[in-house]
Design a protein around this ligand. Structure first.
Ligand SMILES: [Zn+2]
Length: 277
């Protein structure tokens, strides 16, 4: 993934720490043999979207469609915690104290993940949950090219209903949603319809609600998210990389429209043909 790691735009203040974390960038800078110039690489996209919007779902579907890894920073943290990696001890202390994981640790985990992927011949990525802050966005810009940032949006009353409808099966851990949403679109946009995702019969009597899926907590989560993400959105908007995408409904309504917006309709046709075959 030669195009992934780039040295020319490294911020000088970050150069030394970046070289520690991105050995390949340092090697290229020090005149290492240029990688075979197979400049054909997979997409390098970022997914933004507030909690509950479903960006993990869309990122994961696109990841299979485009054959690029879906890298969710939440998973990186969980994997490191579950491993005996160098950061696992430090991380478990932070998590046990209920503190936020710092930009440095997240960047460290992400760069390790990208370097491992590169070593395995991965090409491209879909980042999910990163960058979360303007500082993370700036650091990321110094080390890799981002082609496109997809900002998934859902109006607040729909998000709220969706989050309040979430249910988990206490036995098998399955995720369901009992909300049947039919809400008037804001600003002249079409109405938003989302079918519930009902549990199978064996789970129906075992459903529980997550303790933090209350109206108060969901609204607070959205407020904090918007406060943090607006500068990140602006950062990419000013670089002409932000694609705003208003989800028109649930997955059946949104998926084809998202593919259209990304000029991936052809992929979708292929996908349909391979399903039909
Ligand atoms: Zn179940």
């Amino acid at each position: 993934m030669a195009a992934l790691l780039r040295s020319r735009r490294l911020l000088s203040t970050l150069a030394s720490e970046t070289e520690l974390r991105f050995p390949a960038a340092a090697a290229r800078r020090s005149g290492g043999a240029p990688a075979a110039s197979s400049e054909r690489r997979g997409v390098q996209w970022v997914f933004l979207g507030c909690p509950g919007v479903g960006k993990g779902t869309y990122a994961s579907r696109l990841s299979s469609l485009l054959s690029v890894p879906h890298i969710a920073t939440g998973d990186l943290v969980r994997d490191e915690l579950a491993s005996s990696g160098p950061l696992s001890h430090q991380l478990s202390e932070i998590v046990n104290q209920g503190k936020l994981v710092s930009d440095e640790i997240i960047i460290n985990l992400l760069s390790k993940r990208l370097a491992n992927g590169e070593a395995k011949g991965e090409s491209g990525f879909l980042l999910d949950g990163f960058p979360r802050t303007i500082r993370q966005a700036e650091i990321l810009e110094g080390v890799t090219d981002i082609d496109l940032v997809i900002n998934l949006k859902l109006q607040e009353n729909v998000l709220l209903e969706k989050c309040l409808g979430r249910r988990i099966c206490s036995q098998c851990g399955g995720n369901f949603n009992i909300a049947s949403i039919n809400v008037k679109g804001e600003n002249g946009k079409p109405d938003i319809v989302m079918a519930p995702l009902p549990p199978p019969e064996k789970c129906a009597s075992k459903l529980i609600t997550r303790a933090d899926d209350t109206e108060e907590v969901v609204k607070e989560r959205l407020r904090i998210y918007n406060f943090m993400s607006q500068p990140v959105e602006e950062f990419y908007r000013s670089r002409g990389k932000l694609l705003e995408f208003d989800l028109p409904g649930g997955i059946p309504e949104s998926w084809p429209k998202l593919l259209q917006a990304l000029n991936l309709d052809e992929h979708h046709e292929d996908e349909k043909m391979s399903i039909a075959a």
